[in-house]
Design a protein around this ligand. Structure first.
Ligand code: ANZ
Ligand code: ZN
Length: 812
């Protein structure tokens, strides 16, 4: 392409210039007005940076540059989230080794991509989570949590990905599938390390009311934490001393219970299943074990189940109720057993219909009893409920629980769905969990001075599905000495979940100069919590939830003194291409390099920001990039061919141009503040069209325009700024100011008085100066009639209201 607008040389020049001038660096120790502008660091994949990443990063960079020009010391670092199953799986697929592949990918990400997208990254604070200098502190954090009682090891039925050959945290199972490879997960009983995220459930939930985050991200976290108010009710088992608890959100329906259901894995079953039903139960349990949770809950219409032969006793009326087993009851929700109320719960209704169990209505919308075609799940008035009849659902629930509580058979209970964070992975590519097991001394952390526990360099890093990490195959690694008694001991061989690396990276960025601490207290106090975090909403219950938990844990331990890591979180939208989601399998992924080389970084940035709403996402079209290239080319040409007078004073700007300039500054400022980049660019185009049409070339207008565009097209604007005769970086200049009055076109009415008497009224644009208003009344015939041939002694000017012209009595 013929370059009328020589973007290649401009962009190269400014990249070098910013680097040699240190424009993007700052004194981390002495910020006057700190602004921590964080973007979610990428996983350095082999395919390179995705155009979606560039979209996200540029939108965040605009905030960084804008805030800088508004007087903040902006800290904008970048790093690499390079540990984890994703990298390892990819290396396996390519028959490569993650320890060789990852550094190559990082190099490519940085040199060929991140350094070319025009972001003002501060490369003196870069992070690579796989470097021992970083994961040493990841391990240290693990130990701090262990010492504080927030990390523990326990046996549990965990989600297991048979393809990744590791356990997963509940948050990493999405619609029943492994978050990494989409394999349906199964359950596996294992001893694993957990972080006690459930110690902070209420805090995680309540703080959502005060943090400045998108509603949809907060809702996702609320739903995940899953607070349900209800009661625990204790049922007896006929002919045995056994009792069991159920959790229900509808204690008002207690008189409508017609059967009970246990999860097939419920431990009590071994004691209560009748001998006649024992075989059926064992068969059913084996069958269920092969199903995923999703499958268990999905086949609504086709419920399966087995009668246990045992009966429960309803504490409300001593009725005998048959106990069933069914896979639609999950073992790790509530107590793993339910009271079934088929009249008022649709799943129970279907089950009862299929197995011919009684359906008894106890809640009525209007007090009457009508035949039910499906469950009535709403609230209403209690019926068929003895002394509680006629009460409302709410009151009935309260009274029933209180009544049973007096006999110690029930209690109010709040149930949360959130489970502790399973942190162990039976894989290679992660930070080894820094724990040691000694037969004499028990479980001990690796002494802090022995950190990091280095990840051994091994060629065969393949997971084997045994439930142990490949590190267990290394005797030299596995066997060690007890740090306490010196006797023989073994190491934990699992590595920690990659989400631990990314739950604390933003504490490390400002403190990368310190090698003797994870993060420096004084620097952390200055820079954190993060002022603005931009990233994908898809991390709502993964990274974002884990980061919030870790922040609360670090505060509890006393390492920091705030409990929310990100003051403001903004979720950017997603890109599609010609209406179709971009994906490798569809072959429609955009390689940013192609466009950066062809049209230049600035045109690409401006296009990405113009293509759609930043918060909603947009549709990538090749033609659009070209159009934005043309826009920048027109600007370049206009600045070089317009006969403008850069040194004309502001006064000489015509009112119309002044209106366009001030209005644009106002709108662009407001638009950037609300991430509405496409509308901000439209406003700039309007101003530019006005400038071209009216051949406006006044310095204030040109400078304002250049500054407004500079966060979007930093190289071009830095060059234009220099050509306007400026020596310092445009990014060290203040953001343009506007006056509210100039920014509107609304007219105001001036009363024109002559010697105190109203003689005329004139309409004028808001914000005009006294001189400009004078030009208007001088030519007004009504005023003219009175002042012609008279001497004007003085004029009194009240802006936007009145002019009083004092004239001499006699003719001049
Ligand atoms: C009786 C009842 C009557 C219920 C009624 C609902 C409606 P949330 O709000 O999601 O917390 N439940 C309890 N434990 C379960 C388990 N392990 N597996 C499957 N379902 C379980 O839901 C709580 C309700 O889910 C509980 O209230 C229980 O059914 C069911 F008209 O008890 B309910
Ligand atoms: Zn997997």
């Amino acid at each position: 392409m013929e370059e009328k607008y020589p973007f290649t040389s401009i962009e190269r020049k400014w990249r070098e210039n910013w680097e040699s001038r240190g424009t993007n660096r700052l004194d981390i120790h002495k910020p006057k007005n700190p602004f921590y502008n964080l973007m979610m660091f990428p996983y350095p994949s082999a395919e390179g940076l995705h155009v979606g990443n560039v979209f996200a990063f540029v939108g965040s960079d605009i905030q960084g540059r804008f805030h800088r020009m508004r007087g903040y010391d902006v800290f904008q670092p970048m790093g690499f989230d390079a540990f984890g199953i994703h990298s390892e799986n990819f290396a396996i697929k390519k028959k490569d080794h993650p320890a060789r592949m990852v550094p190559r990918n990082i190099e490519n990400f940085r040199k060929n991509q991140l350094e070319k997208i025009g972001n003002m990254f501060n490369w003196s604070h870069v992070i690579d989570t796989t470097s021992p200098g970083y994961y040493r502190w990841t391990q240290w954090i693990f130990i701090q949590l262990f010492k504080a009682g927030l990390a523990y090891r326990a046996q549990a039925a965990l989600s297991w990905c048979s393809s990744c050959k590791t356990t997963l945290a509940a948050e990493q199972v999405i619609d029943g599938k492994c978050e990494r490879c989409d394999t349906l997960v199964t359950r596996k009983h294992m001893a694993q390390w957990f972080f006690k995220i459930t110690d902070f459930t209420e805090q995680l939930l309540n703080n959502l009311d005060v943090i400045d985050w998108p509603e949809k991200t907060k809702t996702a976290q609320r739903n995940w934490i899953g607070r349900s108010e209800g009661a625990k009710v204790r049922f007896g088992i006929r002919g045995s001393g056994e009792t069991f608890d159920i959790f229900t959100t509808r204690p008002d329906t207690l008189f409508g219970v017609t059967y009970m259901v246990f999860a097939p894995e419920h431990p009590l079953l071994d004691k209560i299943v009748s001998s006649a039903q024992r075989d059926a139960h064992v068969q059913y349990r084996i069958r269920t074990a092969q199903l995923t949770d999703v499958e268990r809950q999905a086949n609504a219409a086709n419920k399966t189940g087995v009668f246990t032969g045992a009966y429960a006793v309803n504490p409300a009326n001593n009725e005998l109720i048959p106990i069933w087993i069914s896979d639609y009851i999950l073992m790790d929700y509530g107590t793993g057993a339910i009271m079934a109320v088929p009249a008022h719960d649709q799943r129970d209704f279907e089950f009862a219909t299929k197995f011919g169990l009684e359906i008894r209505q106890v809640i009525s919308p209007d007090g009457g009893i009508h035949p039910l075609e499906f469950a009535y799940t709403g609230k209403g008035v209690l019926v068929n409920s003895d002394q509680f009849n006629h009460l409302s659902s709410e009151e009935g629930a309260r009274k029933i629980v209180k009544w049973l509580a007096e006999k110690d058979l029930a209690e109010f209970h709040i149930h949360y769905r959130l489970r502790d964070w399973c942190i162990s992975r039976q894989r290679y590519w992660g930070p080894p969990i820094p724990m040691i097991y000694c037969n004499t001394c028990g479980t001990l952390p690796v002494p802090e001075e022995d950190l990091p526990v280095l990840l051994p360099e091994i060629e065969n890093y393949m997971p084997d599905g045994s439930g142990d990490s490949p590190l267990k195959r290394l005797p030299d690694f596995y066997h060690c000495h007890c740090p306490n008694c010196g006797g023989p001991a073994v190491r934990e061989t699992d590595v920690s979940d990659n989400f631990l690396c990314s739950a604390w990276y933003f504490y490390r960025y400002p403190s990368t100069d310190f090698h003797d601490r994870a993060f420096d207290r004084a620097i952390t106090d200055k820079w954190l919590p993060v002022d603005l975090y931009v990233g994908g909403h898809e991390h709502a219950v993964l990274h974002l939830l884990y980061s919030r938990f870790l922040c609360m844990a670090l505060k509890k331990i006393g390492l920091i003194d705030f409990e929310e890591p990100f003051k403001t979180f903004v979720a950017h939208g997603l890109l599609v291409r010609n209406g179709v989601k971009m994906s490798k399998s569809k072959g429609n992924v955009i390689r940013p390099e192609d466009y950066l080389d062809r049209y230049g970084t600035d045109a690409f940035r401006v296009y990405l920001m113009f293509m759609g709403d930043y918060l909603e996402g947009g549709d990538f079209k090749d033609k659009g990039v070209q159009a934005m290239y043309r826009f920048l080319e027109r600007i370049w040409i206009a600045f070089h061919t317009m006969e403008w007078e850069p040194d004309e004073p502001d006064e000489s700007v015509d009112p119309e141009t002044r209106y366009w300039t001030h209005r644009t500054i106002k709108k662009v400022t407001e638009d950037i503040l609300r991430f509405s980049y496409n509308t901000a660019l439209s406003r700039m185009m309007e101003l530019f069209n006005h400038m071209v049409k009216h051949r406006v070339g006044n310095r204030p207008v040109l400078e304002a325009f250049t500054k407004l565009l500079s966060p979007f097209a930093p190289h071009l604007c830095e060059e234009l700024w220099e050509q306007l005769g400026n020596k310092q970086s445009i990014f060290d200049q203040p953001w343009p100011e506007y006056s509210e009055a100039f920014a509107t076109r609304e007219d105001v009415e001036y009363v024109i008085q002559i010697n105190g008497k109203v003689r005329a009224k004139i309409h004028a644009q808001r914000g005009l100066t006294e001189t400009e208003i004078k030009k208007l009344w001088q030519i007004n015939p009504m005023v003219n009639k009175w002042i012609k041939d008279r001497t004007i002694i003085k004029t009194v000017f009240v802006p936007e209201k009145l002019v009083n012209i004092v004239i001499a009595k006699g003719l001049s």
